[in-house]
Design a binder for this molecule. Structure first.
Ligand SMILES: NC(=O)c1ccc[n+]([C@@H]2O[C@H](COP(=O)([O-])OP(=O)(O)OC[C@H]3O[C@@H](n4cnc5c(N)ncnc54)[C@H](O)[C@@H]3O)[C@@H](O)[C@H]2O)c1
Length: 433
């Protein structure tokens, strides 16, 4: 099948590459000409395990084409996915500018019947607006479907290739069948393809992210209480996780969630509630707890240094919002580092994949190392902010030998407090005393 994917970011690039991998001819479109040039040369602008190999193979076998020419891609394609960003507007609502721009451009480019699929995460009712825009721009018939994406950055290829479920929101069953066929190679092991109406598809994507975010904020709140009353959140978590009604996922306390999805999707869902005069009370709390978590972490650091961080040298391990990605959008590391800098501390940091992103964000205000040990020389404290696998079993004697003072603030609870104290560290973590 001929497929167009508009927007070649984390979602569009993975979707386009994986759809080409299953034999389709895919045109990936982006308005960012520099990005398209790099992609044409086989350079992947994001870190996503397994993606370079698939892009390279499908470029070579000429099933994957990168272009800035939306018009040509629409004309060539039968099914066209919209996968552009829906970032937060200042009031928390999803900014749909790119989605509507793309819809209008697609309408102008259409020359016959097309199946148009909204993959971007959009608030309930957006597809109806897209339909109106398309109708204004074209006389040609089309079907409009909603197909929210559930991939996780860091495991995006795997998730796309083997999804837990595929959701197809359609008001027309025949059009839905076209998407079902397209996804058939990815659901051979029996994952369900859920056919729902368009509004339900739009809402359930937000509900899924909001629920996962709620679990994290819930655990963070319990961890904060553990600190206050002298209980151990590790054991609380294990007890909850082993309850078959609860399960283990998304129960790790820490410095809060970040990334391009959870924070913005919660705010957008709260905004949807507001617009329909329904207060999303749980989500307001999920957001508030999350906002407080990095500040609480910084407060521990301030308290240890008796309120004086001036000229303290702080080493930070982990900058991306989670392991296995270079994405720093809304990463807790940014809030934490900005607070430390505002207090007069000097920051040296290391991340396995996000160095370029960090250079862009902090533009020379922090030192960036090319190895985890490289940022430790003369440090007064080491902070664990992202739980990359490579940080889990370091040489603690070497760390201690390089630091001015062996003080460790573990924002992800990756170390054992007793073991760290045995190594001679003053050790702080989340929800464990
Ligand atoms: N990142 C995730 O893990 C994830 C998971 C599921 C759903 N989503 C949703 O998918 C959507 C895309 O997310 P993302 O992380 O891939 O975003 P992104 O910012 O990484 O990529 C968006 C791409 O769209 C391009 N673009 C913007 N305007 C354009 C236009 N007018 N024409 C052509 N291209 C244009 C940008 O240049 C960029 O390359 C969002 O709605 C997001 O909420 C993201």
């Amino acid at each position: 099948m001929n497929i167009g994917v508009i927007g070649t970011g984390y979602v569009g690039l993975v979707a386009g590459a994986c759809l080409a991998e299953s034999g389709n001819d895919v045109w990936c479109v982006d308005s960012d000409a520099a990005k398209i040039e790099r992609l044409k040369g086989g350079t992947i602008p994001i870190y996503e395990p397994g993606l370079p190999e698939i892009v390279e193979r499908n470029l070579r076998e000429e099933r994957l084409t990168f272009t800035t020419d939306l018009d040509a891609a629409v004309k060539k394609s039968f099914v066209i996915f919209i996968a552009v960003g829906t970032p937060p507007a200042p009031d928390g609502a999803a900014d749909l500018t790119a989605v509507f721009q793309v819809a209008a451009a697609m309408g102008r480019a259409m020359d016959r019947y097309k199946v148009i699929v909204v993959k971007s995460t959009v608030p309930v009712g957006t597809s109806e607006k897209i339909r109106e825009i398309l109708k204004k721009e074209t006389k040609h018939p089309f079907d409009l479907l909603s197909n929210p994406e559930f991939l996780k950055q860091g495991a995006a290829v795997e998730d796309f290739m083997k999804p837990d479920r595929v959701v197809v929101g359609a008001d027309d069953v025949r059009a839905a069948e076209i998407l079902r066929d397209l996804y058939a190679p990815f659901v051979r092991t029996g994952s369900p393809v859920l056919l729902v109406d368009v509004r339900t598809a739009e809402l359930l994507k937000y509900a899924a992210n909001a629920f996962l975010a709620a679990r994290i904020s819930f655990m963070n709140e319990i961890a904060n209480l553990c600190e206050t009353v002298g209980a151990n959140v590790d054991m609380v978590r294990k007890a909850l996780a082993s309850d078959s009604r609860i399960g283990p996922a998304f129960l790790f306390p820490g410095v809060g969630f970040g990334g391009s999805c959870f924070p913005k999707d919660i705010k957008a869902l709260i905004d949807t509630g507001r617009k329909h005069k329904y207060g999303m009370q749980i989500l307001e709390a999920v957001d508030a707890v999350n906002q407080g978590q990095p500040a609480r972490f910084v407060e521990k650091i301030r308290k240890h240094f008796e309120g004086n961080l001036k000229d303290k040298r702080i080493a930070v391990w982990g900058l991306s919002f989670k392991p296995r990605t270079n994405d720093m959008r809304d990463a807790p590391s940014i809030k934490i580092i900005e607070s430390l800098l505002a207090d007069g501390a000097a920051v040296a940091a290391y991340d396995p994949e996000a160095t370029d992103e960090a250079k862009r964000i902090f533009s020379g205000r922090i030192q960036l190392s090319s190895s985890n040990y490289g940022c430790l020389e003369g440090a007064d404290a080491l902070l664990i902010v992202t739980e990359w696998q490579a940080f889990r079993n370091p040489n603690f004697e070497r760390i201690k030998g390089m630091m001015r003072q062996p003080v460790l603030f573990d924002g992800r609870n990756i170390y054992d407090p007793a073991q760290l104290r045995q190594h001679g560290f003053t050790y702080y973590s989340v929800g464990r005393t």
